[in-house]
Design a protein around this ligand. Structure first.
Ligand code: ATP
Ligand code: MG
Length: 293
């Protein structure tokens, strides 16, 4: 995978593409009348480490509309996780604006942020982040418990069924495979019916078969339940399953393109060699560019 990324950075595909958000910074619906869910404007993030400042994001603007499936790619240290943490209201930007589902998030205090996270965002981590001593059903009930939602058990069961784990309700994490644990985490992320589901390398810790299963679920949630999904991935094959790829480098968006003909996770097999993957990636990036207004 690293080889693919390396090749990419050597190619001229990372030209400065005028970014969509600046192109139409005031639109709240897409050309096909979809609602704006994420609207970040000129976000910066500076980490202070003693006397040293790390500029993790240097002015990032992005609009994501309801029902989009977006992957964020870029070399290690380019700011992907930082950006996703801000999108997920897990962290605040140093400057810039963030409207999530029309709510101004960038200046909120911690308690308000926690509420927004609970209501509007489902987060899936690379390492699942499940509680060791808790069965699948209870893990998925937790966000509902914090929110004081009634019918928790039924809703949690339905969420687990929707990720194909209806027969694993009372299994603990150690009794589940990696792919199944990630599916529990996805059920937990979607049970509150959030405006967006975010993932930081959700397939990164999985073997290719389990990764494909997880990808299939994300695709189903997006296509059948119309969920808006944004995830980070290092893997160009995974990204090729999404509708749009945003590429970061050194804390800036360098490209933002529609994937011409996204792969279907249910029917696509991973190419067996790196050159094949590389060719596929180039093909994605040589397709005519479409902008996002
Ligand atoms: N909490 C932090 N304190 C200080 N610096 C940080 C912190 N988190 C991230 N950074 C720095 O910010 C930059 C962006 O980090 P980030 O984790 O967003 O990168 P990434 O694109 O997710 O990388 P990777 O692919 O390795 O996960 C890096 O230079 C990193 O060292
Ligand atoms: Mg990261």
């Amino acid at each position: 995978m690293d080889a693919v990324i390396e090749t990419r950075t050597a190619e001229p595909i990372a030209e400065q593409a005028p970014d969509a958000a600046t192109a139409a910074s005031n639109a709240t619906v897409s050309p096909d009348n979809r609602k704006l869910v994420i609207d970040i404007r000129n976000i910066t993030k500076v980490y202070k480490m003693g006397d040293v400042e790390v500029h993790a994001l240097r002015g990032v603007s992005l609009k994501v509309y309801e029902g989009e499936f977006v992957s964020i790619m870029g070399p290690s240290g380019s700011g992907k996780s930082t950006m996703l943490q801000i999108l997920g209201a897990l962290d605040q930007p140093t400057s810039g604006e963030y409207f999530l589902d029309d709510v101004d998030v960038a200046k909120m205090r911690d308690t308000q942020l926690a509420k927004i996270r609970n209501q509007k965002i489902g987060f899936v981590f690379q390492s699942f982040n499940l509680l060791a001593r808790t069965d699948a059903l209870r893990q998925v009930e937790l966000p509902l418990l914090y929110a004081g939602t009634p019918n928790r058990s039924r809703l949690a069961k339905e969420a687990l069924e929707s990720v194909g784990l209806g027969d694993r309700l009372h299994h603990h994490p150690t009794e589940l495979s990696g792919g199944q644990q990630q599916r529990v985490a996805i059920a937990r992320a979607i049970v509150s019916n959030p405006a967006i589901v975010l993932g930081d390398e959700p397939t990164g810790a999985l073997d290719s078969h389990s990764g494909q299963e997880v990808l299939k679920i994300f695709q189903q949630l997006n296509r059948e339940k119309k969920m808006t999904v944004v995830f980070v991935t290092h893997d160009s094959f995974v990204a090729r399953h999404t509708d749009r790829i945003v590429m970061l480098r050194d804390g800036e968006i360098v490209t933002d393109r529609r994937v011409p003909d996204p792969y279907d996770a249910a029917t696509t097999e991973r190419p067996s060699s790196d050159p094949e993957l590389e060719a596929m990636f180039k093909e994605t990036y040589s397709a005519p560019k479409e902008h996002f207004a």
